[in-house]
Design a protein around this ligand. Structure first.
Ligand code: HEM
Length: 242
């Protein structure tokens, strides 16, 4: 017998800009990771020349601009987008989490139109980590190979008096004030370290996110992967959780 509560309803969840962000971000993260790993394992791969080293960094940075712009647009969309794209959707309290854990323990997992509480935690951590990677990447790009937006001020700061800052070249000390370069060095080093460790943390988060999504898809809420393509979820009205 079919009661009214068992009728499936279709909800539009992920709006187009959120879906575009998600898949563009995935593509660019994979590309950046690929180029980043080549940069990290240059000696093992037999890449030794300075020109090749700089070219790899430039390629990584150009892709990185696309990644940072895509992220900035998503962060902005959090104030403009539909209900499930907005920042408010990521709030949850301890009770929501407890209820979700208890429901799962009893094999009675509720269906969510948006994210379940674990999904919310994952999204908050992933977006924060992406932001830290962007900021430290841009700082490193500016202080290492003098790329925008921080390259110009770095060149101006380290240039010797009467030297045109624009003439300062990466990995070339001509015209560079050694003392000022030494002041800059620890910040450049710190940005590089934070960038790399945040990338390791991101890889861990991506693995957890993928495992969580696949388990949820198989065990209790089929259709969540295709929802990130179509934007739509079909749920029983009795089970719906915002
Ligand atoms: C999720 C996105 C990203 C991933 C997975 C990623 C990954 C990596 C990896 C694995 C390295 C090698 C670390 C090393 O050689 O020490 C690296 C270095 C670097 N990344 Fe990224 N990166 C990302 C985003 C960005 C962005 C947005 C920018 C700036 C536009 C950027 C700029 C740099 C620079 C300049 C370096 C060179 C550090 C150095 O060796 O001097 N990265 N990145």
């Amino acid at each position: 017998m079919s009661s009214r509560s068992e009728i499936q309803q279709t909800y539009t969840v992920w709006d187009l800009p959120s879906r575009i962000f998600h898949w563009v971000n995935l593509l660019l993260v994979v590309l950046l990771l690929f180029v980043g790993l080549i940069m990290l394992f240059k000696p093992e791969l037999g890449i030794t020349g300075l020109a090749a080293k700089i070219k790899l960094k430039e390629l990584h940075i150009v892709i990185g601009y696309g990644f940072a712009i895509n992220l900035a647009m998503r962060l902005l969309w959090g104030f403009i987008g539909n209900k499930f794209a907005r920042w408010g959707t990521l709030f949850f309290n301890k009770e929501d989490l407890k209820q979700y854990i208890n429901a799962m323990k009893n094999n009675n997992t509720p269906q969510y139109i948006g994210h379940n509480p674990f999904g919310k935690i994952a999204i908050i951590l992933i977006l924060l980590t992406l932001l830290i990677i962007s900021i430290t990447g841009l700082i490193r790009a500016g202080t290492d190979v003098y790329y925008p937006p921080f390259g110009g001020i770095t060149q101006e700061y380290i240039a010797q008096k009467n030297v045109d800052p624009a003439s300062i070249k990466p990995y070339d000390k001509t015209g560079v004030d050694d003392k000022k370069y030494a002041v800059l060095s620890p910040y450049k080093g710190l940005a590089g370290k934070v960038h790399l460790y945040s990338v390791y943390f991101l890889i861990l988060l991506i693995l957890l996110h993928v495992v969580g999504v696949v388990l949820a898809e198989i065990k209790h809420q089929p259709g969540i992967v295709s929802a990130m393509i179509s934007g739509k979820k079909s749920l029983k009205s009795s089970d719906k959780n915002e």
